[in-house]
Each structure stands twice: as C-alpha cells, then as structure tokens.
Design a protein around this ligand. Structure first.
Ligand SMILES: [Zn+2]
Length: 295
C-alpha cells in the first residue's frame, strides 16, 4: 500500500491510498477508531465544601449540571496526546504492580485541577479553567479552550481534580482519536458523448470540455470533485437529465482509495495515521509469524 496526502490541516486530512483493496483500507479505518491510543480524562474527584466570605455570601460546591454530566464533558475534552509519550497504566513501570485504584503517576497520568467561583450574572466554566499539574505543554490547547463545562452563579463554586490516562477507542469512545472517518474509491471522470455533454457546458459551471483533454478523461482528484459537483446539475432528477444521460460518468479506479477523517483535536491527523499504520503492521507481522509456525 502506498499513500499520498491530498489535503492536510492539523486536525483534518485526506489521503490517497494506492495498490490496496477495500478490506485493507477498512482494516486501517477500524484500527484508527479502535486501536490507536490517546489520553482522555477517566476519573474526576469533586470536592464537597462550603465557605462563607466576608460579605456573608455562602458558597457551596453545587452546579446546575449534575456531576456525572460534568465528568462526561471532561472525558470528551481533547487532551494533548502527541506532545509526550505516556505509558498505559497497566504497563507503567511505577504502577503495573499496584491494584487498579492505586495506579497513576506522572509517567501514565495527567492531572488537571479546576477551581472556579460563580458571579451574580453567571460565569461559564470553560476547558481553559482546567489547570494542568506539571508540564504546561499538556494544557488544553487554546483552540479548544472555549468548550463549556458548566455555568456558575453567586454562591456556587466548583472544585475538582481530573485524571487523564491512555486508552483505546475499543474500550470507550473518549479514547477514539478520529471522527467522521470514511473512504471511497478514487474515481476518474470519463466523457463518453460530446454531443449530449453540451447541455452541461451550456450551464457555464466549473468544468469545461477542454478539461477532459484529448483522451476524454480527467484523472486529477480535485478536478474530478468539481466534475462530481457539476454533474448534480444534469442528474436524472433534473430537467436536463434525460438529454444528458450518461454523457459523462465517474468510474472507480481499481485498487485506489481516498481516506478522509478529522481528529478530535487531541493529536494531529498525521500522527493518528502513523500510529495506526504502525499498529496494523505489527498485527499483520504477528499474524504471518503465527501462520509460518502453523503451516
Ligand atoms: Zn504510572
């Protein structure tokens, strides 16, 4: 399998995969969903307290949103996962021999604290209010700092400690680094009937007859997308559909696929691809090793 990046932003990518088949690309997709680990908040400890300030206001650790919902929102907050390599708790050199409830050290956990007091007009507690304990590069990135966790009014406050650990998407979706992941066959646009295609050129859209060149075919991925968009104007359900027929068709290219996905923001799209291909490679190696022994 060969790959070529078609479009890339930090949290979004489109990759052309060649010399492969449906099953292999789907295996890669499923690996990204279920078997590519990342950090996510898995434990939240809410502090219960009451205090009275000088002006006589009584402050209580209550919030309009139940603690369970806050914990869920925290779990879904993207925790930076590619700036530092953490161990799994069960493999951590400090923690692997401890009982599960005792595990958690700087090699396998990130700890955040959040202490906010409400105001008379109401203040939104945001992801930026999570203060990381230790390495500041693990703070919630500015891009996601506006994720709202709860809202507090005068007399209400929140005080919590949250721990993030490394996990797999197969155990809980909070550890799934990708979303909206899909793939489709790469297609070429083929011009079959120049006369019938005139109804499309007449509309003055993006693609022209010249673009199809001498061999009547467009192979460039971005151009094929423009053809796909233009073809909606002459599809079977439009007025021009009957005359246009199959004047231009999109044909699948054997063994070539376009994979596209976004990440939840916890790591770069490219990192997810690298981790997933490495993990899948390891599994295939182990499988062929087993087969060699058996056969
Ligand atoms: Zn540890």
């Amino acid at each position: 399998m060969d790959c070529e990046i078609i479009e890339e932003e930090d949290n979004r990518i489109r990759i052309l995969l060649t010399g492969t088949d449906n099953a292999s690309v789907n295996a890669l997709r499923r690996t990204m969903i279920a078997d590519t680990p990342k950090m996510a908040i898995h434990q939240v400890r809410f502090t219960q307290s009451t205090e009275v300030t000088d002006d006589g206001t009584v402050w209580e650790t209550v919030s309009p949103i139940p603690d369970e919902v806050i914990a869920h929102r925290l779990a879904m907050t993207p925790i930076p996962s590619d700036t530092q390599d953490f161990s799994f708790e069960h493999e951590c050199i400090n923690c692997k021999d401890m009982v599960e409830s005792q595990r958690g050290c700087p090699l396998c956990n990130i700890v955040y604290t959040c202490n906010v007091k409400g105001t008379p007009e109401g203040v939104a507690v945001k992801a930026r209010d999570l203060e990381v304990f230790g390495d500041l590069s693990l703070s919630i990135p500015e891009e996601f700092a506006d994720i709202t966790i709860t809202k507090l009014y005068k007399g209400q406050m929140i005080s919590l400690t949250a721990k993030a650990k490394k996990g797999y998407g197969r155990d809980h979706v909070k550890w799934q680094p990708v979303c909206g992941i899909a793939f489709q066959s790469r297609q070429h646009a083929v011009l079959h009937d120049k006369k019938a295609a005139k109804s499309l050129w007449g509309l003055g859209l993006t693609v022209t007859e010249k673009d199809f060149g001498k061999n009547g075919r467009i192979e460039d991925i971005h151009m094929v997308e423009k053809v796909r968009a233009d073809l909606h104007h002459v599809g079977p359900s439009t007025d021009l559909g009957r005359d246009f027929g199959d004047a231009i068709t999109l044909e699948d290219v054997d063994g070539e696929f376009i994979l596209s996905y976004e990440t939840d923001g916890s790591m770069k799209a490219r990192t997810v691809f690298e981790l997933a291909t490495a993990s899948l490679g390891e599994r295939f190696d182990a499988l062929s090793g087993d087969l060699d022994i058996v056969l």
